[in-house]
Design a protein around this ligand. Structure first.
Ligand SMILES: Cc1cc2nc3c(=O)[nH]c(=O)nc-3n(C[C@H](O)[C@H](O)[C@H](O)COP(=O)(O)OP(=O)(O)OC[C@H]3O[C@@H](n4cnc5c(N)ncnc54)[C@H](O)[C@@H]3O)c2cc1C
Length: 431
């Protein structure tokens, strides 16, 4: 078996993994990124969520990526500066930032080149990890052709479903917590592990004649779920509409595999039927362009981190409850499974300890699977928030490698930049 070594191995190349790789590489670390798909991008590219909702607290990396896309003809055309907070001064939602998936991948690759992320292994799947004395020594990954063993000083789990952290034995949770877990005012009395935010399949249409005649099979089968469905539509740079038929199914990873597969199949069919209904029953002039390669998943397993960010942190707003706040977010509590969207008055903070697993010293989480409660996850899962947190995780890992210290030796302070990481006094080179 071939063996590869690096300073920092990032597993998963979605929003969080991109941030993590860039954050780590900028400290001078030798970074290796592993990605299951054929390119980095994650949900943005594979589930066609190529749109950034307005949100506060995003890092300069996000702006650089967007500006790169704007320089590509047809890549992106919105004004980045207008989406730096959820609401404008009049309390109206700021515009989103649409862009093309191909432009995003090019932009990420350009950023990788510039900041020194030189090794990216795509079409490579994480399989298992070797842990000794609370540290991950190496992981086994499977490329299209061979099994590789990768050893690293530090690992970042950016897989969304925290596959590496779970394989390493870190505690995790799933679904809605009971009110007693974190004292969240809106949590239910009893926990419900199957209560997950909704998944759905995005598609793309173009204003114009739908063409042809209605598909008879579809007409006979319009299920209630596709009729008058709330749809989130964003106009792409070429005038196409990216349609997100919000909340068509729930995908619990603990479902029987056949039931899971059936729900995925039904969600795909619903996307087509949603368009069919609009075009032929409602008579909207919309031409079918295509369906995303994958279903989009908002929530699955979440880390039981050193600190779990929860509704109380969100309600505290900018009166931070912790000293280690590293990012802010002002997206609403937005639960598509229940059709609930609770707008916030302003931003709130996410502490560094929510990226920190229990029981593993050289691992940080840089994805939507970070340590947040079910309620908090409905707010802070936006791509740019996850990318910003990923960048911080990467930077912290890079600093540990550079100084030969452990995570707990880092002093993380909430400062105006929200990105102040330094070493605690007397903690240099403490192994
Ligand atoms: C339908 C939908 C609509 C949304 N709308 C918006 C929106 O409008 N605006 C917004 O900002 N956010 C939106 N979001 C939220 C946002 O897209 C996601 O929360 C965010 O992209 C998650 O990033 P991530 O890096 O955590 O995960 P992902 O982007 O899912 O990245 C995880 C990566 O890990 C890889 N991976 C997984 N397992 C392995 C393995 N075993 N080995 C190797 N690689 C692996 C995957 O292939 C993937 O590339 C939406 C989400 C959904 C589902």
């Amino acid at each position: 078996m071939r063996r590869i070594s690096c300073d920092i191995c990032v597993v998963g190349g979605g929003s969080g993994g991109i941030g993590a790789a860039v954050g780590a590489a900028r400290t001078g670390a030798d970074v290796l990124l592993i990605e299951r798909d054929s390119s980095p991008g994650g949900t943005i590219v594979s589930a066609w969520v190529h749109n950034w909702e307005p949100v506060c607290g995003t890092s300069e990396l996000c702006r650089r990526l967007y500006e790169r896309m704007r320089r590509m003809p047809g890549g992106a055309n919105a004004d980045y500066s207008r989406s730096l907070s959820r609401l404008n001064r009049e309390g109206v939602r700021n515009p989103p930032l649409p862009f093309e998936p191909w432009a995003f991948v090019r932009s990420v690759e350009g950023e990788f080149r510039e900041c020194g992320v030189r090794r990216v292994l795509c079409d490579t799947d994480f399989r298992e990890c070797r842990v000794r004395s609370g540290r991950i020594e190496s992981i086994l990954v499977q490329s299209s052709f061979e099994t590789l063993e990768i050893s690293a000083k530090f690992f970042l789990d950016s897989t969304g479903d925290i596959v590496l952290a779970r394989a390493a034995g870190c505690p995790f949770s799933k679904g809605a917590e009971s009110a007693s877990a974190f004292g969240e005012p809106s949590a239910p009395e009893s926990a419900d592990p199957s209560d997950l935010n909704a998944a759905n399949w995005c598609y793309r249409v173009r204003p114009g004649d739908p063409g042809g005649s209605p598909d008879a099979e579809a007409v006979s089968e319009y299920p209630p779920l596709c009729i008058h469905r709330p749809k989130f539509c964003v106009t792409m740079p070429n005038g196409d509409l990216l349609v997100n038929p919000c909340g068509t199914t729930r995908l619990d990873p603990d479902l029987d595999p056949e039931e899971y597969a059936e729900r995925v199949r039904t969600a795909r069919e619903l996307a087509y039927l949603c368009w069919h209904w609009d075009a032929f029953a409602e008579g909207k002039k919309l031409q079918w362009i295509g369906l995303a390669p994958r279903i989009g998943i908002r929530e699955s397993y979440r880390l039981s981190a050193e600190y779990v960010t929860n509704e109380n942190d969100i309600l505290a707003g900018m009166n931070f409850l912790h000293e280690d706040i590293v990012a802010t977010c002002d997206h609403p509590l937005d639960d598509h499974a229940h059709g609930r969207c609770r707008e916030l008055r302003g931003g709130y903070g996410i502490p560094f300890r929510s990226l920190l697993p229990r029981g593993c010293e050289n691992l940080l989480i840089a994805s939507r699977g970070l340590g947040v409660s079910h309620l908090a996850s409905s707010s802070c899962r936006l791509s740019r928030t996850i990318m910003t947190l990923g960048e911080i995780a990467g930077r912290a890992a890079g600093l540990c490698v550079k100084r030969g210290c452990q995570l707990r030796a880092l002093r993380i302070a909430s400062e105006p930049s929200l990105l102040s990481i330094s070493l605690k006094k007397d903690s240099r080179n403490n192994g």
